[in-house]
Design a binder for this molecule. Sequence first.
Ligand SMILES: *Cc1c(COP(=O)(O)O)cnc(C)c1O
Length: 498
Amino acid sequence: MSKNANNIYGASGLVFNEPLIFDLGTENHEAYSLPKSDVPEENIDDLIPANQKRDEIKGFPEVSEVGVIRHFTRLSQWNFSVDHGFYPLGSCTMKYNPKINEDIARISAFTNSHPLQPEQLSQGNLQLMNELAQDLAEISGMDKVSLQPAAGAQGELAGIMMVRAYHRKNGNPRKKVLLPDSAHGTNPATSILSGYEVVSLKSNGQGLLDPEVVKNAMDENVAALMLTNPNTLGLFEKDILEITEIVHKKGGLVYCDGANLNALMGISKIGEMGVDVMHFNLHKTFSTPHGGGGPGSGPVGVKKNLIPFLPIPIIDKKDDWYFLNYNHPQSIGKLKGFYGNFSIFLRAYAYIKTLGKENIRKVSEIAVLNANYIRSRLKEDFHLPYESPSMHECVLSDKNQLQHGVSTLDIAKSLIDYGFHPPTIYFPLIVKGALMIEPTETETKKTLDKFIEAMKDIAKRAKEDPESLHHTPLKSKVSRLDETLAARKPKLRWKPQE
Ligand SMILES: *Cc1c(COP(=O)(O)O)cnc(C)c1O
C-alpha cells in the first residue's frame, strides 16, 4: 500500500475478535431481571400441550446483559453500512437515510396500528398512503400508483401481470417481451414468470437501445418492451420517444424499470416518455435503509389504460372518507399481505415531504453531478467503455489494469482497505470487468475526492506493484472468502460440542 493510504482512510480502527454467543455463555448469567411475579405459578405442562413445546436447547448460552450488548455491537462492527462510510454500490442507490425518517416511522400511533383495524380507526394511515401514492404519481407522471408490491421485483411482476391482463382482455395475451441486453436480471425473470418468452435486444456502440433494433424485433406477438431509463450503464435512453411509439404502433405496451429514478426526479417524467407502466424502489430512491434483505417497497404506477388491472385493494376516497376498494373485477388480484410494507411508506413519505418539490429536483441534479465528477476524474486511470456523460452512475472497466494482472475483483477488494464499500462489479453483463459506481447525492465533494484518490492509488499500485492487490483486503476482519464454497455449502446450524 502506498504511504498516504494509511493515514487518510478509515478501515484501520479496532476490530474485536468475537466468538459465537454459544461459546460465550457462563452458567447462571442472565441478561434480564424481572420483578417478582404476583401471579400464581402454573405448571407449563398444564398450559401448553407437550407436542407444541420445543425440546430443551442443549448448551443454550447464558450471558449477562452487558455481555449480550457487547457481543452484538462487536459483530455489527464487522460489517459496513452507509452510516459507516461511502457506499457507492451502483444500481442500488445507497444514499444516506435521514434519521428523521426513522423517528417518524417509530411514532407509536403508527407502530401500534394494526392492518386489520377497521377503516374508521385507520383514516390517517389511509390518507398518508393515498398522499404518498399521489406524490409518486406526480414525480413520475403516471396516472395512478399502487403501493402494494414489496420490492422492485414484485412491482415488475405486478406490471407485467397487468400487461398480460390488458392483452388478454383484448383477445390475445401475446407471447414475447423485448429486453435490452443491459437489463437487470429481474426483468427477464419477471417476464418468464408471467408466461412470456424473452427476446434480448443488443445495445449499440454507445450503450443505448437503437430504435431500428426495436423496430426489427417488434411484431404483434410482442406484449411489451421492458426498458430501464436511465439504463443500467447510467446512460439516458435518448430515443425513448421514438422507441415507445414503435412499440405502441404494433399494439405493444412499454414497461419502464424505475429503479434509476434517482437521476430524473423533478427533471423529467417517465409518464411523459410513452411508458404505460413502471415501478419505483422506495428503498433506493426514497431513502429507506436497505442492503440487509428487506423489508422494501416497490410501488407500481400505470397510465389510464391499465388502471382497471391494478392490484386490489385500491385506496379510494368518497367525500372525506378513505376506504379500501376491493370492487375491481378486472384487477390482477392481491400480491402481498395487507396493503404492502407500511413502515416503508412512512419513511418515503417523510423523505418526500421534508424535501419538497424544489429539493427533490436538487437530489437528482446533485446525484448526476457527483457521478459525472467521479467519471471525469477517473477516466485517465480507468477504461471507460462508453464516452457519453453519465446520469446518476458511471461504469468503468478493468481493461487498463488487466494488462498488469489486476482484475475488477482485486480493485473492489482493495477499496475495502481504504475504508470504502466496493462498487457493484461485473454488472451490467455487457461490460467486461465492469465497475459500476453510484455515488448518490448525499456525499460531499470531500468524500468523493478521498474515494477518487483511493482509486487512483489502486491504479498506481496496479502498475508498480500488482502483487500487492491480489490478496486484499488486509485490514478487514476477514480477507478474501471462498464465495463459491459459502454459497454451495453454507453452515447454517450451530451444533453443541459434545
Ligand atoms: C434493484 C433493481 C431492481 C430490483 O429491485 P428490488 O427492489 O431489489 O427487487 C430492478 N431493476 C433494477 C435496474 C434495479 O437496480
